[in-house]
Design a protein around this ligand. Structure first.
Ligand code: FE2
Length: 200
């Protein structure tokens, strides 16, 4: 089945916003792999159960703020609004021991990949939403990862690393298995992540 226009618009907007993010050559090369694969072959369309988490109450605020930025960030916010109602929002993987407060203050949704709107395992694209003043625990995973940042928020790498703010429209690039975490400021954090799961 062909990819829906809403999903294609989201993929294009994510790719365009990342290309304008000031990303390094290495991160742009990684983006080329992910979005090149997405463009080359649409995966099989999927329809996960549409589920919201408590933190989704902050999505509208995050999207409104991003729209106010205009440009690529605003376009990506519009594109997210077009697919958000169809997404299965979930809590973070392996977070069974997270406390109730954190569980109520974060949500992730896969857009492309298992659990998303297109079933495939070579790439994984989705987003993370944090309520204001929320710390997302440090974690690591083998796939290389980029974030397209469309809200205020701070990211860190390495266990002892300092938080830094990429800025709205900025980027984060996590090389394979690096320890990384993030935290919101006094407004919601919203960012799209893209992982390369394939073989070079
Ligand atoms: Fe990650």
């Amino acid at each position: 089945m062909a990819r829906t226009q809403e999903l294609q618009t989201f993929l294009d907007a994510t790719r365009d916003a990342f290309a304008a993010s000031g990303a390094t050559a290495e991160a742009l090369a990684m983006a080329d792999k992910v979005f090149g694969a997405a463009d080359a072959t649409p995966g099989e369309a999927a329809a996960p159960e549409a589920v919201e988490m408590p933190a989704c109450e902050h999505l509208q605020d995050a999207l409104d703020r991003a729209r106010g930025e205009g440009g690529h960030v605003g376009a990506l916010a519009d594109a997210i609004a077009g697919i958000a109602p169809r997404l299965m929002w979930v809590l973070r993987p392996n977070g069974q021991n997270d406390d109730a407060t954190f569980k109520a203050r974060h949500a992730n949704a896969v857009v492309v990949g298992e659990g998303g709107l297109e079933a495939r395992d070579d790439i994984r694209i989705g987003m993370s939403l944090l309520a204001p003043d929320t710390r997302y625990p440090d974690h690591r995973h083998p796939p290389e990862e980029i974030y397209t940042v469309i809200s205020p928020g701070e990211w860190k790498q390495h266990a002892d690393g300092k938080f830094h703010a990429p800025g709205v429209g900025g980027f984060v690039h996590n090389v394979p298995s690096i320890i990384h975490g993030m935290q919101s400021t006094n407004v919601p954090l919203l960012a799209v992540w893209s992982l390369w799961m394939g073989v070079d």
